[in-house]
Design a binder for this molecule. Structure first.
Ligand code: SAM
Ligand code: DTB
Ligand code: SF4
Length: 333
């Protein structure tokens, strides 16, 4: 799936080489900021309504106690700083989804702190959550860790819109952050999701101590998926006390702008989501991210376990910038 022959990110229309190398990506990322902004804006305008921002609400349906050791994540049992909680009921989840819908969200994303999905009552409950969210007329996305082909098929049958599974960083930096599953494990899950006909939501995190080349390699890998993910979350690390990355310094917001602009240029059709880390960003920095191609956010005062700007602040930001919420893609009828 990630072989060079399938790296068909380029075309005459995008001005990108047909097989994209990390140095090609780096040449874009390192452009003088005005040139980078201008190029990203023109790709964005040619492929999207630049005034539109998708509002996605996020809910942790099974929090904490995870068997993986992802260095950024407060939910890993290895770091033990989030108390494991019982899985939410379908009713609890659907009442949160209704609230999110009435606040203006069109996509409802549900996360579980699992290494992988196990068949049985918990998975059946997730399938019911997916069906319930869809019956509210919202798009449904879940992130549950690794999946088998059969499980991906069941999620598709339940009406799942998208599956979130991030590559997080470059293949070479990955082992410094996560040791309990491999980059290839992640690529295999992504392939299973694709084969089941579910949209892919796949991106990464910046600010974990990776080099600029690592960031560019992540973007090169994402853009070379065939086709690239329909949505690409770009998270800025939320450095949570107790995690191995707790002392990482905050990223320079302009690095986030460069990452988003480069993602937009490489993946013209994808939704690029300005994801975790917005509480640390000024309104101006967020607006710059929207200008260069971010067209989706997590909306609601909580991500999975950490904070996010509240709905009023985001509505005020959209209004001040003259932006509007995207209509739901799934429910035109
Ligand atoms: N357990 C599932 C998995 O990892 O596949 C799903 C949930 S996991 C929390 C989803 C994604 O959230 C991670 O892949 C990572 O990219 C992002 N994430 C987790 N903790 C984060 C943090 N502290 N800062 C930024 N992003 C984070
Ligand atoms: C993604 O890329 N970011 C979201 C979502 N997918 C599941 C998660 C961000 C989590 C931030 C840390 C927390 O709240 O626990
Ligand atoms: Fe578990 Fe997902 Fe957190 Fe990794 S990111 S520790 S898999 S919940």
């Amino acid at each position: 799936m990630h072989s060079a022959t399938k790296a068909e990110a380029g075309s005459a229309a995008t001005g990108l080489p047909s097989t994209l190398s990390v140095s090609d990506v780096r040449a874009i990322y390192d452009l003088p900021l005005p040139a980078l902004v201008q190029r990203a804006m023109s790709v964005h305008q040619a492929n999207h309504d630049p005034g539109e921002v998708q509002l996605c609400s996020l809910l942790s349906v099974k929090t904490g106690g995870c068997q993986e050791d992802c260095g950024y994540c407060p939910q890993s049992a290895a770091h033990g700083n989030v108390e494991p909680e019982a899985m939410l009921t379908v009713k609890e989840v659907l009442s949160k989804a209704e609230l999110a819908k009435s606040a203006g969200a069109t996509r409802f994303c549900m996360g579980a702190a699992w290494r992988n999905v196990k068949d049985g009552p918990a998975f059946e409950r997730v399938l019911d959550m997916v069906r319930g969210v869809r019956s509210l007329g919202m798009e449904a996305c879940v992130t549950l860790g690794m999946l088998t082909e059969e499980q991906a098929g069941k999620l598709a049958e339940a009406g799942l819109t998208a599956y979130n599974h991030n590559l997080d960083t470059s293949r070479s930096f990955y082992g410094k952050v996560i040791t309990t599953r491999t980059y290839d494990d992640r690529l295999t899950t992504l392939q299973r999701v694709r084969r089941a006909g579910v949209s892919l939501c796949c991106g990464g995190i910046i600010g974990m101590g990776e080099s600029v080349d690592d960031r560019c390699a992540l973007l090169q890998t994402l853009a070379s998926l065939d086709p690239p993910p329909e949505s690409v979350p770009v998270n800025a690390l939320v450095a949570v006390p107790g995690t191995p990355l707790e002392l990482r310094p905050k990223i320079d917001p302009l690095e986030l702008v460069r990452t988003i602009a480069t993602a937009r240029i490489l993946m013209p059709k994808s939704r690029v989501r300005l994801s975790a880390g917005r509480t640390e960003l000024s309104r101006e920095a967020q607006v710059l991210c929207f200008l260069v191609g971010a067209n989706s956010i997590f909306y609601g005062d909580k991500l999975l376990t950490t904070g996010n700007p509240d709905c009023d602040a985001d509505q005020a930001l959209l209004k001040a910038a003259g932006l509007h919420a995207a209509p739901s893609e799934s429910v035109s009828a």
